[in-house]
Design a protein around this ligand. Structure first.
Ligand code: GDP
Length: 200
């Protein structure tokens, strides 16, 4: 991981949201450029890494893709604790998944670090004909609750890279402006510094 004259950042990112909203599909689209129509459900959580190279920084994401089922919900704090960014995903064609996303946002506000960069994602934007959550509704909720907002499609790849690049850019900015007071840089035995929120 090299960035000449820039910063090397290692950031934990967690995906939260109801089962079936496309969390795994978003990660696989981003990391592998692939999409599966019959994506198998995640059990517990899955781990991926991906590097985003920006002019100002190289950001290595440690991505935790959590399972959305109720029975795994109590494990979620393990994954969002210490995360630099949380991505809360709902399915635009499923109003219930939007309600569930709101619950995750409330939990993050209650229990997560205030420095965590939070993003609300309405996935499956290709299913516009079956839309149950209007773009403006998601956008407004995100704005009122201090989250960035994206509509994506893991199927068509719409906005998927933009989502992760925007997060990388925001983390690079935060690192610069806030530095070690808001984020803790932990030295590892190998590799560069890791960027985690200070509540961890
Ligand atoms: P997760 O449980 O949140 O990880 O969701 P998955 O990634 O397992 O996806 C659940 C189902 O939705 C799978 O059948 C995917 O193929 C499908 N899916 C995921 N993303 C999209 C999308 O953007 N558009 C459409 N049409 N289907 C999607």
């Amino acid at each position: 991981m090299t960035n000449i004259g820039g910063k090397n950042i290692q950031a934990k990112l967690v995906l939260l949201g109801d089962v079936g909203t496309g969390k795994t599909s978003l990660v696989l689209r981003f990391v592998k450029g692939q999409f599966y129509d019959c994506q198998e459900s995640t059990i517990g959580a899955a781990f991926f890494t991906e590097v985003v190279s920006l002019k100002e920084a190289t950001v290595k994401f440690d991505i935790w893709d959590t399972a959305g089922q109720e029975r795994y919900q109590s494990l979620a704090p393990m994954y969002y604790r210490g995360a630099a960014s949380a991505v809360v995903v709902y399915d635009i064609s499923n109003a219930k998944s939007f309600q569930k996303a709101k619950k995750w946002v409330e939990e993050l506000h209650r229990q997560g670090s205030p420095h965590m960069f939070k993003v609300l994602v309405g996935n499956k934007a290709d299913l516009d004909h079956n839309r149950e959550v209007e773009t403006e509704v998601g956008e407004q909720y995100a704005q009122e609750n201090g989250l960035q907002f994206f509509e994506t499609s893991a199927k068509t790849a719409h906005n998927v890279n933009d989502l992760f690049f925007e997060i990388a850019k925001a983390l690079a900015r935060t690192w610069k402006s806030r530095g070690p007071t808001g984020m803790t840089l932990q030295n590892r035995q190998q590799g560069g510094p890791r960027l985690f929120c200070c509540s961890s």
